[in-house]
Write a new protein. Structure first.
Ligand code: PLP
Length: 459
């Protein structure tokens, strides 16, 4: 164990981590990175095949982003957004509004995905008070949703393992079914169901719209739930129904934004303009913490008034509109334009689809699903009966540890192996990474047949 691993184990508490398992196992310490590879303190290299948990877009140490941050450091690292404007925040806001779905004209900055969602929830809630409809104060969330880890965002979350323990602290939203065809329990044949999952929403809104402020959704992909993907047309239908029943739509694009789904934003696939949109993760190309909540003139204008009208949005953070973050974000969105990043994704998305067609045939792969550059490979003990592995066998984690031995860093969500490479990955790199993923799945799942246990899972 080198001194950094020792100090980590003595002093650091890791997120979403059972620290007992962490302390008992060898841990990797990252020292540097280049392109889509990470290097540890022993010089071993790993492909960053989950984009450093879904944030990295153009690779590590990308010259243009590095230089933008260095240039900004030569001016000012941070000044407050309370009472002061700054240069990169104003420039980036303009770029964001131009890139975003039509009608999202205002940008409220914060620091991470959770705060971007927290802001959207509070804006939606306060908006209806200004409109003289204070009874519209509840939210609709999807089963299995994940919107962050603060108390407000956990309230609209639906992942039992993470969220149940905090239940006494939370407000209670209405829940609707997760629109995932592979897991559907509403229809016998998802191909002919005509979006049965939308019916539950229509029923709910018809009955309760008077008490509902907003519906919050991860458009197209419920990421933390295990890359659950909604059928085509679902999002557009949700927009149609929320409009019909006068309910705001909050699109949480924290994971799906900035090209992951093959378009700049997931909402673009179905021509949807939400009332509020939350962005973070990829916003700075994966360099620095920054987030934004975008909204419409309609909502923004309801917060205008004299001081004594008390229409002010009383929310903000110490590092709101941080210059270094905004400078990185500006450089990142400029790369999208200069390199035509979105158009360049097409052959990469096709390469992934070709590999998944093979991976999906494996005896222990129940479902190999893809939305653009986002992949979830769901492992099954018995594929035909759709019988999962016992969750405490941590089969997904074992597959990922095996892949790490072969130089690919990936993280599972339960027994869904997630693959979400930086958008700059080449077709060759994608093919190599997915070959290793397949090999790791094959080795771990065939091991399970002869002897239980084994592998080096952490938790
Ligand atoms: C990651 C994520 C969040 C939370 O973002 P943090 O930066 O981790 O607070 C919120 N919503 C979605 C959809 C996410 O994937």
């Amino acid at each position: 164990m080198n001194i950094f691993e020792a100090k980590d184990k003595q002093f650091v508490w890791h997120p979403f981590t059972q620290m007992k398992g962490w302390l008992e196992n060898d841990q990797t310490v990252i020292a540097d990175a280049k392109g889509i590879k990470l290097f540890d303190t022993d010089g071993k290299e790993y492909y960053d095949a989950v984009s450093s948990l879904w944030v990295n877009i153009h690779g590590h140490r990308r010259a243009e982003i590095d230089q933008a941050i260095i240039d900004q450091l030569g001016r000012v690292a941070h000044s407050t957004a309370l009472g002061l404007a700054n240069i990169p925040a104003s420039e980036f806001a303009e770029k964001l509004v131009k890139a975003a779905p039509a009608g999202l004209n205002k940008v409220f900055y914060s620091d991470d995905g959770s705060t971007a969602v927290e802001v959207a929830i509070k804006m939606a809630f306060q908006y209806w008070q200004h409109k003289g409809q204070p009874k519209k104060n509840r939210f609709v969330a999807l089963d299995q949703a994940y919107h962050g880890d603060t108390v407000g965002t956990v309230s609209v979350g639906g992942i039992d393992l993470f969220h149940r323990v905090f239940k006494p602290l939370l407000f209670e939203p209405f829940h609707i079914p997760a629109p995932s065809c592979y897991h559907c329990q509403l229809a016998d044949d998802p191909k002919k169901c005509k979006l049965a999952c939308v019916q539950a929403l229509e029923n709910l809104l018809a009955e309760h719209h008077d008490e509902i402020a907003a519906l919050i959704i991860e458009p197209l992909v419920q990421a933390a739930a295990g890359m659950l993907m909604s059928p085509s047309g679902y999002l557009a239908k949700v927009r149609e129904l929320t409009k019909k029943y006068n309910v705001l739509l909050i699109a949480d694009e924290v994971a799906t934004g900035f090209g992951r789904t093959g378009k700049m934003f997931a909402c673009d696939h179905e021509g949807v303009s939400p009332d509020l949109m939350c962005l973070s993760k990829g916003i700075t190309g994966g360099y620095l913490p920054l987030a934004a909540t975008l909204t419409t003139d309609e909502i923004y204008n309801e917060f205008l008034g004299d001081m004594k009208e008390k229409r002010t949005f009383y929310h903000g953070h110490s590092y709101t509109a941080n210059q270094l973050g905004c400078a990185a974000a500006l450089a990142s969105i400029k790369i999208f334009e200069d390199d035509n990043v979105i158009a360049g994704l097409e052959p990469k998305i096709k390469a992934i689809a070709d590999k998944l067609a093979l991976i999906g045939q494996h005896d222990h792969v129940g479902d190999a699903r893809q939305c653009g550059m986002i992949v979830g490979i769901e492992l099954m003990e018995d594929k035909v009966a759709k019988k999962p592995y016992p969750w405490d066998q941590t089969t997904g984690a074992k597959v990922c540890m095996k892949a790490r031995e072969y130089g690919i860093f990936i993280r599972p969500v339960g027994d869904v192996v997630v693959f979400m490479p930086p958008l700059c990955s080449t077709v060759e790199e994608i093919n190599h990474m997915l070959d290793v993923v397949y090999k790791s799945i094959d080795e771990i799942t065939s091991q399970g047949k002869t002897a239980a246990g084994g592998g080096g899972a952490h938790f």
